[in-house]
Write a protein that binds this ligand. Sequence first.
Ligand SMILES: NC(=O)C1=CN([C@@H]2O[C@H](COP(=O)(O)OP(=O)(O)OC[C@H]3O[C@@H](n4cnc5c(N)ncnc54)[C@H](O)[C@@H]3O)[C@@H](O)[C@H]2O)C=CC1
Ligand SMILES: O=C(O)C(=O)COP(=O)(O)O
Length: 440
Amino acid sequence: MAPISIKTVLISESVDPRCRAILEENGIRVTEKQNMKKDDLMAEIKNYDGLVVRSATKVTADVIDAADNLKIIGRAGTGVDNVDVDAATKKGIIVMNTPSGNTISAAELTCALLMSLSRHVPQAAMSMKQGNWDRKKFMGAELYGKVLGIVGLGRIGKEVASRMQSFGMRTIGYDPITPPEVTASWGVEQMSLEQLWPLCDYITVHTPLIPSTVGLLNDKSFAKCKTGVKVVNCARGGIIDEDALLRALQTGQCGGAGLDVFVEEPPKNRSLIDHPNCISCPHLGASTQEAQARCGEDIALQIVDMVNGKKLVGAVNQSHCASDEASSGVCKVEVMSNGCSYKASGSVQGGVPVLLELSESVFRQPVSLTGNLLFFKASANPQLLSSVAGCLASEGVEIESFSAPADRTGDLWYCVGISSLLRDLGALKPLVKDAAQLTV
Ligand SMILES: NC(=O)C1=CN([C@@H]2O[C@H](COP(=O)(O)OP(=O)(O)OC[C@H]3O[C@@H](n4cnc5c(N)ncnc54)[C@H](O)[C@@H]3O)[C@@H](O)[C@H]2O)C=CC1
Ligand SMILES: O=C(O)C(=O)COP(=O)(O)O
């Protein structure tokens, strides 16, 4: 990829000192300014090529508009919902995150809230500090044998599942993308939300906040749950509708809530937080030394790699960056293998080589040519991805991304990013017409 010049970076939140040290070791001037008001950020941002944030800095369209020199917004963490990614993309600014650095910490906090809900630990601790010795009031229930519904079976959902299974919980879940065969291999039975709600003693959500997840748990879904269901939100405020949750806590339909995140942070409306069956934290999921060290270091190294033209890792909008000088050049190649000819056309977007077309299959989204890739040719059918995922899972290989062709008729090429190459492509033979794998 072409090197991108970053000489100055503003860090606008408390990010691990390793971030600053790595950037400075690589000749980048770093300024740290925390708790800036929007106007101050808009005035300050003009001076920088790069911005590093966590979740508190709201990088809105007007902030981006004011950022005359900005080329990179680095999110030392997972969620990029505090960054207007569309506005950044339109201005050719790359947005990148470090999505796995805080997975374990967020999963552990989720488990801590689940355990606290079952045994009222925070309430009992408060009561002790007030001089009480109330053994009756805090009667709890075991997690053992109870059903945990996990909505969103990505990185954190998976880690929560394995930890809570060790407590003897049955884990069920729902995810529109992660195939059931894959989650079955880590002990989570998938089903529709309609089937899931009435079965759960506990529900935890681990999705991004997107239109389809806003108010996933609302008055209607609470009504379908067991009376007294307990819920945890360590993902994003609003996935559990806050007004509906308060109503459910007041009627007892919800027996307890563990919240780490809120629609408004910090929340001005305290009625949920003040409810006796609600335990809450001030967005602490990623607040561990380990997670911060990983995220701070990862984002700095990703920026340095980009500056040095080495690779672009963690970019969430690279394929659409309008200002990428190389994005318009399409390159076509023909490869002969075992007597068959494969025609491919590709390009470079945001410094990353992408595949646009493979032998008549035009991909719906450009396929980033990075990591381990498995290409397979098959005719479209609703079971295709889940059968392939199941076959890969049985070989210990996980799907990390999926690219489908725009057309759905005839035999077409699909591409999946995979955790490691398959030992033997023959395992896929019953499912597909042709297959190839490579590491880029
Ligand atoms: N409290 C905290 O400090 C932290 C919060 N987070 C948040 O946790 C959430 C999960 O993070 P990761 O597991 O890393 O993300 P991920 O991207 O690995 O997993 C999210 C999963 O949600 C699924 N999903 C999308 N729409 C869905 C829907 N309508 N219903 C059910 N599932 C759906 C996706 O298919 C994906 O598998 C994010 O919102 C992230 O911002 C992450 C780290 C720390
Ligand atoms: O990474 C995420 O998505 C988080 O929510 C963590 O946010 P934070 O970096 O602690 O402000």
